[in-house]
Design a protein around this ligand. Structure first.
Ligand code: ZN
Length: 156
């Protein structure tokens, strides 16, 4: 129970003091995602350079879980490569589908493990996933535009 209280505090802290909130003037991709069942709504701007995430900014309204989750995403995935961010996203999705049986790896998910308890409440899972889904959508669009637009033969 003490752990739950600590996790509550992590979530409330992100909700009250959100990170990277306020949309950047420039971005590569902007996405807008909603969670109609709860009324959560976010807009997310993503900027990527050389396959690394240079900026994630967002704005939104909704419940504390959804808004805290976007704040966590915007901080956790910053400066990660798109591949790394993709695998972290997969781990979080897996955690949310665990029905409370998994705790999540704090070394990978950091503050996002505070959301582990949400997986026991099916109605709230979409709240917790909103920011991650928005990020994944934005990242996919960037990958698609690079696949079709870039000349091949770069490094790596
Ligand atoms: Zn919600």
């Amino acid at each position: 129970m003490e752990l739950d209280t600590l996790y509550q505090e992590v979530i409330l802290d992100h909700y009250k003091h959100p990170l990277n909130k306020g949309l950047s003037g420039t971005y590569d991709v902007q996405v807008h995602h909603i969670n109609p069942s709860c009324g959560d709504e976010i807009t997310l701007n993503l900027t990527v350079r050389d396959l690394n995430i240079k900026s994630i900014t967002w704005d939104g309204v909704g419940c504390s879980i959804s808004q805290a989750s976007v704040s966590i995403v915007s901080d956790l995935l910053l400066d990660k490569s798109l591949d790394e961010a993709g695998s972290i996203t997969e781990q979080f999705i897996e955690l949310m589908h665990s029905k409370g049986t998994k705790e999540g790896d704090p070394l990978v998910l950091e503050d996002a493990v505070a959301m582990a308890g949400v997986s026991k409440f099916p109605a709230r899972i979409k709240c917790a996933l909103l920011g991650w889904m928005a990020f994944r959508d934005a990242a996919d669009r960037i990958k698609q535009s690079q696949d079709s637009g870039d000349e091949r033969g770069g490094s790596q």
